[in-house]
Design a protein around this ligand. Structure first.
Ligand code: DSN
Length: 422
């Protein structure tokens, strides 16, 4: 735990909120699949002196002076990102995944151009053109879906037909609530056929790709990858845009990030990214990724054994999406609240072709990145899945909830959040 000695002395209100969050993260199981625990080294970089510095521009070409150390840190982050993902160019300045996607769209398209992305209720993300986003007013978004929601297979024939009809500039492979491997070769083939860029938004699985435990879209010829840095990649909150080999694309992306949509980069966060990428380059990160997948499979087995329907029929990555309303008669919202009561944090989520609403959907989405960071293995993952099902089947039984909360707390005590990953 951080000591926060200066905040404690100066600002008790903020101090109390921070201590509350420290305790929440330590004493509960974090199962939101897009969250993780960063190392103390990443936190130190994030809270470092670099927060003071303006550094508009890129290393060697800045608009203000005093850039010796910002340049050094950004170059380290870029070099390490390229090594991790096997590409030639990296922009490490996006403030988050949404900014990375917006910059990517402006770099590769003109207003009015079309993106072909995954249907939002089949796992796509808000930034892939949800009607409520600003980007939806600038570009045209068309969709592909799963062919069979119980196997998760994408309907590649339909994808190709939509691509031939709409001639998108970008075909986007990527998701925030999809649990299966994609057939990247098919995406690339269709993109080449219609003259589109093949882009992957790998925010959720970046750490698994970096660890070499799921496929890397660049190995199939994808042009660009966007990502966040704080999910399975276990870095500070931020974004990342990678270009496989085309210098012209990389140049357009740099311009689209700055001055296109951002001003001064957050150099403290870029230092955190450099540290996190350094951690991800170590062999132990591959072990981490391997265990994330094993833990997800252990949870999958328990859910399927208990006849709880999983979208895609299971998982090939770190996340699972369960139809708790269809299988157990509990809404996603109620499930989120009940599980929170016993110390398990996850999120309600729409299932494919959802018949309920986004705020009160049929599903819950959960995953194993954070619990794996604290050293939990298949045995704990399976027990957590059993606990989830037990409480959802009997959600008004206070005695049961008290007992399971005590058990969850004991698991947390036995698996403390680590300070350091090296
Ligand atoms: N909020 C992130 C997630 O949970 O997937 C993506 O925006």
């Amino acid at each position: 735990m951080n000591e926060y000695t200066h905040i404690k002395e100066q600002d008790t209100d903020v101090y109390e909120a921070l201590m509350g969050e420290e305790a929440r993260e330590i004493n509960g199981i974090e199962m939101i699949p897009s969250e993780n625990y960063v190392s103390r080294a990443v936190r130190e970089a994030n809270g470092s002196v670099l927060t003071n510095k303006y550094a508009e521009g890129y290393p060697g070409k800045r608009y203000y002076g005093g850039q010796d150390y910002t340049d050094a840190v950004e170059r380290l982050a870029i070099t390490r990102a390229c090594k991790l993902f096997g590409c030639k160019y990296a922009n490490v300045q996006p403030l988050g995944g949404a900014a990375a996607n917006v910059a990517m769209y402006f770099a590769l398209m003109e207003p009015g151009d079309t993106v072909l992305g995954m249907d939002l209720s089949h796992g796509g993300h808000l930034t892939h053109g949800h009607p409520t986003t600003s980007i939806n007013k600038v570009f045209n978004f068309v969709r592909y879906k799963m062919k069979d929601v119980d196997t998760g297979e994408i309907d590649y024939d339909a994808l190709r037909e939509v691509a031939l009809e709409h001639k998108p500039k970008i075909i986007l492979a990527g998701f925030s609530a999809y649990s299966r491997e994609l057939d990247y070769q098919k995406f690339v083939d269709i993109a080449r056929e219609v003259g589109a860029y093949a882009v992957a938004d790998m925010a959720h699985i970046a750490g698994l790709i970096a660890g070499g435990v799921v496929k890397n879209p660049f190995d199939f010829g994808f042009d660009v990858i966007t990502s966040t840095t704080h999910k399975t990649l276990r870095g500070p909150r931020g974004g990342l845009i990678l270009t496989r080999e085309d210098a012209e694309i990389a140049k357009k992306i740099n311009k689209a990030v700055f001055p296109g949509i951002q001003g001064g980069p957050h150099m403290n966060v870029i230092a955190g990214k450099a540290v996190a990428f350094g951690e991800a380059l170590k062999p132990s990160f591959k072990e981490y990724g391997t265990q994330v997948l094993k833990n997800a499979k252990a949870m999958e087995k328990v859910f399927l054994d208990n006849k709880v329907r999983l979208m895609g029929g299971g998982t090939d990555n770190h996340l699972l999406l369960a139809d708790v309303f269809g299988s157990l008669g509990v809404t996603g919202q109620d499930a989120e609240v009940v599980l929170d009561e016993i110390g398990i944090t996850l999120n309600k989520n729409m299932i494919a072709d959802e018949s309920r609403t986004a705020m009160d959907p049929s599903g819950i989405r959960f995953g194993t990145p954070a619990m794996t960071t604290r050293g939990m293995k298949e045995i704990e993952a399976a027990r957590l899945a059993e606990i989830m099902i037990e409480v959802l089947k009997d959600k008004d039984n206070q005695q049961l909830k008290d007992a399971l909360k005590t058990e969850v707390e004991a698991m947390c005590t036995a698996h403390p959040v680590p300070d350091s990953f090296v």
